[in-house]
Design a protein. Structure first.
Length: 418
């Protein structure tokens, strides 16, 4: 099996759902972070765990002390005047979630502490024997990591695909017959809608030689910074929300760069990006099948890291359409996943990772001196309201409504703890 969409999806943060975090946590005025908040009136914040099992959880309101949650999987607290709050959660596999938001923008954060347990293994029969030049088929279905995955079979035009990491439930199964070019030419496409069950067995319609409409991917070369390598992906969205490949290019689009428009799709989204050695910029656009969005990319970001316990992140932006920062810290001992919103930062360009070693259940949550960390700092800009955007990050980008966009800028930093 080869997960084509996953290469691009992970780069955009789909790993959020798989690794588990989403929601508020953060800082306050006395730790170097912004003031934020101020909606007027008390707000009850309710934190729930959607998948996985947390072993510890704590929260902090404004500049107050950390409070340990009696039930790590579900708890509530009151935030005055819609202000800042921080939530910390330790997932069952040892990774740390830190969520920094304001109660006004997000009062019901949902935390993903692992993959969905609703996994289904199923078989799909297919017959592409009538498709000239077909060398493989690709199956797309809903998946526990992200919705829309690919399986490629190169051995026969007739056969059965056995899927081991599907998601149970009603969904569209899409299969494409393709040749062996790069990028592949889509020769035929079929869709069936089924209620997937574990150990289920399904059969695609026999492939027909029906023509597939194509379009040229727009040229976005003017948006690519010097020294960056561009690429693009076009994806079809089905009525039940499965994502299926419809084209890609290792360039800046333009004439001769085609993507496919399937008759069964309801709309499409474009992933447009460029990357250098340690930086990347992407935009996802969702649009109707007959609309081509005007493409623009975010500028590269250049944040810095300093300190030990706690770590401090400087050089953050608070531009008008900023939604959140997402910070991943990778180390052999444990990983940290941090979300901090623009409202939480307010006008501050700095964020300080909360000090948790004095909080019950989090005593070992610090990186030792000399530890080599890989830190990914990502900036998200969007015209989607933050509550909906957080849900999208935790589930699937197939929920992006037509006319909406998500811009993403990332910087990878190698950092040695003092």
């Amino acid at each position: 099996m080869r997960k084509f969409l996953g290469v691009f999806v992970l780069a955009l943060g789909f790993i959020i759902a798989a690794c588990g975090g989403t929601a508020p946590s953060g800082g306050n005025g006395n730790n170097g972070n912004g003031g934020g908040g101020g909606g007027g009136g008390d707000v009850t914040v309710t934190v729930t765990t959607v998948t996985g099992t947390p072993t510890a959880a704590a929260y902090r309101v404004g500049d107050g002390d950390w409070q340990v949650a009696s039930d790590p999987a579900s708890f509530s607290f009151v935030v005055g005047d819609g202000g800042n709050y921080d939530v910390a959660m330790l997932c069952g596999f040892g990774d740390l979630r830190i969520l920094s938001f304001t109660a006004d923008e997000l009062a019901t954060p949902k935390v993903y502490c692992g993959l969905s347990s609703n996994i289904a293994t199923f078989d799909v029969d297919y017959d592409a024997s009538d498709i000239t030049n077909a060398s493989a088929v690709r199956l797309y279905h809903k998946n526990t990591d992200y919705e829309g995955t690919e399986e490629t079979l190169n051995t026969s035009k007739i056969g059965t695909i056995k899927e081991t990491d599907g998601l149970a439930g009603m969904q569209d199964l899409v299969m494409l017959a393709v040749d062996n070019n790069d990028p592949p030419q889509v020769l035929a496409a079929e869709l069936i809608s089924v209620d997937v069950a574990n150990n289920g067995h399904y059969a695609m319609h026999k492939f027909k030689n029906d023509p597939i409409e194509t379009a040229n991917f727009p040229d976005f070369g003017a948006e690519v910074p010097n020294g960056y390598t561009p690429y693009w992906v076009a994806v079809a969205v089905t009525p039940l929300g499965t994502l299926a490949y419809s084209g890609y290019g290792k360039n800046a689009g333009g004439a001769g760069n085609i993507y496919y428009i399937y008759s069964f799709a309801t709309h499409k989204w474009f992933l447009v990006g460029a990357s250098s050695q340690n930086s990347s910029i992407y935009t996802i656009y969702s649009s109707s099948l007959d609309t081509t969005p005007t493409i623009s990319l975010s500028n590269p970001i250049n944040p810095t890291v300093s300190g030990s316990t706690p770590l401090k992140f400087d050089g953050l932006s608070t531009s008008p359409d900023l939604s959140i920062y997402h910070i991943n810290i990778f180390h052999t001992s444990f990983a940290s996943i941090i979300y901090v919103s623009k409202a939480y930062l307010e006008n501050s360009s700095s964020y300080e990772m909360p000090e948790l070693t004095g909080v019950s259940g989090f005593e070992n949550m610090s990186y030792p001196s000399g530890a080599n960390l890989i830190i990914d700092i990502s900036e998200y800009k969007t015209n989607i309201n933050i509550s909906t955007f957080i849900d999208i990050l935790n589930t699937s980008f197939n929920q992006i409504a037509i006319g909406k966009y998500i811009k993403y800028s990332n910087k990878r930093i190698e950092y040695t703890m003092p």
